[in-house]
Design a protein around this ligand. Structure first.
Ligand code: C2E
Ligand code: CA
Ligand code: CA
Length: 710
């Protein structure tokens, strides 16, 4: 492809030209096409800005939609043509910077915003117009009544000049007079109206009160009424109107005629229906979208006592892989086919299918027996997916995970139901996918916080919500502070401080542990360097940092650590990495290589939580570790006298074995002086626990360390 020769302003103008060409034939504007183009230019600029705006602001797009209405581009075509042009050309001509995929997504949101702004502005304009018309109608009624009594000539003038349709009928309903505007609305032939009876114009969409109001008026019981009413034109097409009917009395106050003022709202109504359709349906598959689904679900949940509902939340398994490998066009075709199949699964009354976005679909049932109904619905969906889908000559096997929620309608809100279904669907996915799971309120409650924390994690790292506490490591021989273990915490904006036991597993699950672990490492190493620089007299304080299994297998472990040590200027010997025993069970040489590498550089490796796993003591020799951290379980056994002699023997055995392998022994969870004495006697080297200090801020460690040497 050749390079684009012109600058961004040229491209913007070109976009405005295309837009004006598309729009011009659809408008009733008095402008010429170039004039229209000039009007569209600033709007095009706004669209371009909106595409790049960060964060995305729907208001910018909405303002463009509203501006179209202001510029009298109110015909139904103008909106859809605008959306088509934006869809096809905006990214192409105005998407200068940014990743293509993201630009496309923003462009889609922008189109929604433009449509929403257009609809709102049109609604406001319509309301204002209706207001003006009803005022005009009242005025006209007075004028016409007066004119009827006064002079025939003046009456004719008012009657025929009016832009609004006017008809006069007697009290039996026979049409006596119609003006030109009304004749035009009904297709142009006067004799089709005059002499006919009003009663012939009933329409299936008439609400019953239309005719009740009519009867009251001709009986003289009401002066006027106003309704929305449809009429069949002689050619069978439908005319929608705002109809205002007034009673005309003679000079003595006796009812004589009825006067109808008729405003044609057909076009506007079509546009509204269309906008409503576009706002409630998914453009790709034509299925109802999230908005419409929410409306229906809310209605189902408000159905009152005794009503139940059933919902299936479907997410395709492995759709991302299909999208990535075959491209989005193929992915889209697959989604369309899935949508068709799903639609065919939910055809009974009270059933509906919608697309929530991406590869997520929902099916709702509100039948008489939803307990059975929803089960069968889920079964039909699974069955519908079972046949491979052919896309671009390939047979693709599609599977899905379904979360099912079923229950009494009255209990919950729509958002809550949907979240519960979503969580249940995830449970199905975690269990291997290609299956249905039924919601379980207790599992939900657990998962909601889990779910919430998991999604909040990445942002938390960006926002600096993590902090580190340090717990001293004390030499059992002389009671001096030798260093500290870094323990990470999360200061959650809503839940307050959250301990690592609650979020580290989630971070491991999502992979966030790698950047989080790197942050902890960097922060702790810098802290150790600060201790050393500020208080060289307190002895070389070291820092222990925990490593997760995922970090062990991450290729950047060695290079990151080396880089951090070099940048901060901390000697490798002042860093100890703690790895759990379970992470190293059955470790092969590949896994051990990075640790060995670090150990060779002088970094200490500690085997954490020792004694909780199943390691073969003989295996210790193979591992590049220099410290054993005895799990808290051993210390706990020494809390009460008499201490179980078997426990003592085990610890004694471990310590002597460790020492014979040249490993230092650290004990965790020391809470009393008696435990400390005991462990010292058993030959342990260092200790950690509440007896000495709870984990705390870094400055506390200084104080402890200094207090020691003094
Ligand atoms: P761990 O490595 O075994 O850390 C020791 C845990 O024992 C800490 O819990 C500490 O607060 C607690 N503890 C210390 N002294 C006593 C005591 O005398 N009595 C009792 N009952 N408990 C004591 P914490 O801070 O909740 O950390 C829990 C675990 O979270 C850690 O266990 C470690 O596995 C993990 N963790 C903490 N920070 C990190 C980190 O930065 N990265 C990774 N991967 N894991 C971390
Ligand atoms: Ca540890
Ligand atoms: Ca431990």
């Amino acid at each position: 492809m050749s390079a684009e020769p012109d600058g961004p302003e040229d491209r913007l103008r070109r976009f405005a030209t295309i837009w004006s060409r598309a729009l011009f034939p659809a408008t009733a504007t008095s402008l010429t096409r170039p004039e229209l183009e000039r009007q569209l230019e600033p709007l095009a600029r706004r669209l371009r800005d909106a595409l790049a705006e960060r964060p995305f602001r729907a208001a910018t797009g909405e303002s463009v939609g509203a501006a179209l209405v202001e510029a009298d581009c109110t015909e139904p075509e103008t909106l859809s043509r605008t959306l088509d042009v934006v869809d096809a050309y905006l990214v192409l001509y105005c998407g200068a910077q940014g990743e293509r995929e993201e630009l496309r997504a923003r462009c889609a949101r922008l189109q929604h915003a433009v449509a929403a702004g257009f609809a709102r502005a049109l609604r406001e304009r319509t309301l204002a117009e209706q207001e003006a018309i009803s005022r005009a109608a009242l005025a006209a009624r007075g004028t016409v009544a007066e004119a009827l009594h006064a002079s025939e000539a003046r009456f004719r003038a008012v009657f025929h000049g009016a832009a609004i349709g006017i008809g006069i009928a007697d009290l039996d309903g026979t049409v006596l007079e119609v003006n030109d505007a009304l004749v035009r609305m009904f297709g142009g032939l006067e004799h089709q109206l005059r002499g006919r009876n009003v009663g012939e114009w009933s329409h299936p969409d008439d609400s019953p009160h239309v005719w009740k109001l009519y009867e009251e008026l001709v009986r003289g019981e009401r002066e006027h009424y106003r309704v929305e009413k449809a009429f069949y034109r002689p050619d069978g097409t439908v005319l929608w109107t705002n109809l205002t009917v007034s009673l005309l009395r003679d000079a003595d106050g006796v009812p004589q005629y009825q006067l109808a003022l008729v405003e044609d709202t057909t076009e506007r109504r079509l546009l509204h229906l269309r906008l409503r359709y576009e706002a409630t349906h998914d453009a790709l598959t034509g299925l109802p979208n999230r908005t419409l689904f929410f409306e229906r679900l809310e209605k189902a949940l408000a159905a009152g006592k005794g009503a139940r509902f059933g919902l299936c939340y479907l997410d395709l398994d492995g759709f991302k892989a299909i999208n990535d490998s075959l491209g989005h066009a193929a992915g889209d075709r697959l989604l369309v086919e899935v949508a068709d199949r799903l639609q065919a699964c939910a055809t009974a009354p009270g059933e509906m299918v919608a697309r929530l976005g991406g590869d997520e679909f929902v099916a709702l049932t509100t039948g008489p027996d939803t307990e059975r109904g929803v089960d069968e619905l889920a079964g039909r969906i699974m069955h519908a997916l079972a046949t491979p889908i052919s896309v671009d000559g390939r047979e693709l096997t599609v599977r899905g995970s379904i979360g099912i929620v079923e229950g009494p309608a009255a209990d919950r809100g729509a958002a809550e139901v949907l979240r519960s279904a979503d969580i249940t669907m995830y449970r199905a996915k975690h269990a291997g996918g290609n299956r249905c799971e039924l919601a379980d309120p207790e599992a939900d409650a657990r998962a909601i916080t889990r779910h919430g924390l998991t999604t909040a994690l990445p942002v938390a790292l960006e926002r600096g919500e993590f902090f580190i506490e340090y717990q001293p490591l004390v030499h059992l021989g002389d009671g001096s502070v030798r260093g500290a273990e870094a323990l990470v915490r999360w200061l959650h904006p809503q839940h307050g401080v959250i301990g690592p036991d609650r979020f580290i597993p989630l971070a491991e699950h999502t992979g966030l542990i790698v950047p989080l672990g790197r942050w902890v490492l960097e922060e702790s190493v810098r802290q150790a360097r600060t201790w050393q620089a500020r208080h060289a007299d307190a002895g070389p304080l070291r820092v222990n940092v925990n490593l997760s299994p995922c970090q062990l297998t991450h290729p950047g472990l060695v290079s990151d650590t080396v880089e951090i040590l070099e940048r901060t200027g901390l000697a490798p010997g002042a860093l100890c990495l703690e790895v759990t025993e379970s992470a190293l069970i059955g470790a092969d040489d590949d896994l051990l290589k990075p640790l060995r590498h670090l150990a060779e550089m002088g970094v200490d490796i500690a085997l954490d939580d020792f004694g909780t796993g199943y390691s073969n003591l003989a295996n210790l020799r193979r591992l590049p570790v220099s410290v054993l951290k005895l799990d808290r379980a051993f210390t706990q056994g020494m809390q009460h006298y008499p201490v179980d002699p078997v426990d003592l023997k085990i610890v004694e055995g471990i310590v002597s074995l460790a020492h014979s392998l040249d490993l230092a022994v650290t004990v965790e969870g020391v809470e009393t002086g008696a435990q400390a004495d005991q462990l010292r006697e058993l030959g342990c080297d260092t200790a950690q626990g509440w007896y000495y200090a709870r984990p705390g801020p870094p400055d506390r460690l200084h104080e402890l360390a200094l207090a020691d040497v003094l």
